[in-house]
Design a protein around this ligand. Structure first.
Ligand SMILES: Cc1cc2nc3c(=O)[nH]c(=O)nc-3n(C[C@H](O)[C@H](O)[C@H](O)COP(=O)(O)O)c2cc1C
Length: 187
């Protein structure tokens, strides 16, 4: 059986490094688990929430929301490539989460944090939000520090700036993805 992991960006500045980290991450994890496939879910062009009904009703008017709903619903788990703005999650990331509801529910999400100190505060902030909408924030994480000097000429993080074990990180996310997919299918 195959499972899909959505790789979420979290920022939308024209000069953002978030998209570079997400592209690098996808290359690192591809092939580590034969049962997992990946899709980059870039939140950069998602408009700010402006639906008349509550997201928890799942009845959307805007095409942009419907497309976002289909993409998120098709995933069994997520990796958030999470930046940090003023020690919290960047607003475009929160908007991407707030725009939907049931599509996220009972699915795991793991973090790749980047910033001055690996976006630790932002990850803590995001965990609280994501628990509220019934997601499973996975503890094992990857962090990239001193982001302003971390990228090489190919816009990929140099190994000395990356903390964490990618194989363990993916093994944990994979376990939660498969376990929760099985549980969702029986309830
Ligand atoms: C509004 C703003 C606030 C920031 N606050 C933090 C912060 O609290 N902690 C941190 O580690 N970096 C902070 N930074 C620096 C970012 O980590 C760095 O600029 C990074 O490249 C931002 O991600 P992006 O390029 O994907 O937008 C901040 C950057 C911006 C634009």
């Amino acid at each position: 059986m195959g499972y899909k992991i959505g790789i979420l960006t979290s920022t939308n500045r024209d000069v953002r490094v978030g998209a570079d980290i997400a592209n690098w991450l996808q290359k690192q994890v591809e092939g580590l688990d034969d049962e997992l496939t990946y899709e980059l879910l870039d939140i950069a062009d998602l408009p700010f929430l402006n639906e008349p009904k509550l997201p928890s009703e799942g009845d959307y008017e805007l095409d942009s929301t419907k497309k976002w709903s289909d993409k998120v619903a098709s995933c069994d788990g997520f990796i958030a490539v999470l930046g940090e703005y003023n020690h919290h999650m960047p607003a475009p990331f929160k908007n991407a989460i707030d725009t939907l509801y049931a599509e996220w529910s009972r699915k795991p999400i793991a973090f790749v944090g980047y910033g001055a100190y690996g976006a630790e505060s932002s990850i803590m902030d995001a965990r609280s939000l994501l628990s509220h909408i019934n997601m499973m924030p996975v503890s094992t994480k990857l962090t990239i520090s001193r982001i302003w000097e971390a990228l090489d000429d190919n816009r990929e993080p140099k190994p000395d700036y990356v903390y964490g074990d990618t194989k363990k990180f993916m093994a944990e996310l994979s376990w939660w993805t498969k376990t929760l997919a099985a549980a969702r299918s029986t309830s």
